[in-house]
Design a protein around this ligand. Structure first.
Ligand SMILES: Cc1cc2nc3c(=O)[nH]c(=O)nc-3n(C[C@H](O)[C@H](O)[C@H](O)COP(=O)(O)OP(=O)(O)OC[C@H]3O[C@@H](n4cnc5c(N)ncnc54)[C@H](O)[C@@H]3O)c2cc1C
Length: 357
């Protein structure tokens, strides 16, 4: 077999510069892979030697402990954008938001409302990224991945990825696969977007939910809405030194939802109804941002170096000198405060490395 190049790597004093939160302690070794073969070689080497392995791409969904990571950190920096008709294949390391812009320029629909989501294409299936009425699971057809247990490259169909709200088989089993390539089939709607599903986007565009608009307009509207909430990366704006939404929107069964509505009425008045969206089979999704705000954790909440964003209650941010311990203390305070107020337990959306809520 041909000998593959493995970057010998370098010790890293701090993982903070690799994450959008700018948090995380040292790592034993940082390896950067720019081809699929280099990714596979580095993963094999770690697995065969029993070395703990952390995959990092854009670092926009990671909370890493102040103690750091005692193993190999593999940074995915592969490149590849291949558009044939309406079929798109992206290398894992491609910048997601730039790839979205290119599909819109090519007149294709299906991911235009996912513009502005930071990070890499390869991470999009991990938590089935979604925003403004779209999720990658609606257009993703296949994931090409290195199966760490079988030691071979496999192609997983959409159904085999077990997608659900901000979840997939990859998030459930982080040691299972490393994503190498992601394939999508987009819609050629002659430059129009997919039907606009999200009320806020429809309002800004001056259309009804379900209408189509030029895909470029849909993308720009989403970018405007996101920027207003501090959800587009800007190194000069500490409101974007976050991992995006820190908590997922809770999904409640009928009994839990009824108890929650009672708590809302007791606390906020008999006429107050919480946000409620059907989430399949007697289940209802409510809004984590609303819960946090109504529990008293308003925009800008916090005294220390970790605070709630001044633009969105769902983003916990590093104001410049925070540690992961500071951020987790704030996250626990918010989680516990929401539970005390409404009996609903919030769950973290970002991946925790060496730490937990
Ligand atoms: C300002 C801001 C706004 C955001 N808005 C949204 C939003 O609207 N919707 C949304 O869904 N998310 C959002 N996010 C979260 C984040 O951008 C996404 O989850 C994104 O897909 C993470 O990509 P990444 O490359 O940064 O992944 P990383 O943070 O580097 O990694 C995240 C996880 O995926 C794993 N991983 C990464 N690449 C691979 C790979 N190739 N193979 C296997 N595992 C891999 C990592 O090990 C880790 O567990 C936001 C984040 C920020 C900072």
């Amino acid at each position: 077999m041909q000998e593959l190049h493995i970057d010998p790597g370098v010790p890293l004093a701090s993982l903070a510069p690799l994450t959008t939160l700018r948090l995380g302690g040292p790592a034993k070794r940082l390896v950067t892979a720019t081809t699929d073969d280099e990714v596979i070689a580095a993963v094999r080497e770690a697995d065969e030697s029993g070395t703990p392995l952390l995959i990092v791409a854009g670092g926009s969904n990671l909370v890493i402990a102040d103690e750091g990571f005692d193993g190999t950190v593999l940074r995915i920096a592969t490149r590849g954008f291949d558009l044939t008709g309406s079929r798109l294949e992206l290398a894992a390391g491609e910048n997601w938001s730039k790839a979205v812009a290119r599909t819109v320029e090519a007149g294709l629909a299906g991911v235009e409302c996912l513009a502005g989501i930071p990070g890499s294409a390869g991470a999009t299936p991990i938590q089935n990224v979604g925003a403004y009425g779209q999720e990658v699971s609606s257009t993703l057809t296949e994931v090409v991945a290195y199966d760490r247990r079988r030691g071979e490259v496999v192609t997983l169909t959409n159904a085999e990825c077990d997608f659900s709200y901000r979840h997939s088989r990859f998030k459930a089993d982080p040691a299972g696969h490393v994503v190498l390539r992601v394939r999508f089939t987009l819609e050629d709607a002659e430059g129009l977007s997919a039907p606009i599903r999200y009320a806020e986007t429809a309002r800004l565009l001056g259309v009804e939910a379900g209408d189509r608009v030029p895909a470029a307009q849909a993308r720009e509207a989403v970018l405007r809405l996101r920027a207003g909430k501090g959800m587009v990366l800007d190194p000069d704006d500490h409101d974007t030194w976050s991992a995006g939404s820190f908590f997922t929107n809770p999904i409640l069964d009928e009994t839990a939802f009824a108890a929650f509505v009672d708590r809302v009425r007791e606390r906020l008045g008999p006429d107050v109804a919480p946000p409620a969206f059907p989430a399949g089979e007697g289940r209802t999704k409510t809004s984590a941002a609303w819960l946090i705000d109504k529990a008293g954790f308003t925009k800008g909440y916090g005294q220390g170096p970790a605070r709630i964003s001044t633009k969105h209650t769902l983003a916990l941010t590093n104001r410049g000198s925070a540690t992961t311990a500071d951020l987790l203390a704030l996250a626990r305070e918010v989680r516990d405060g929401v539970h005390e107020a409404f009996g609903v337990t919030l769950t973290n959306e970002p991946v925790m490395v060496g730490c937990a809520l």
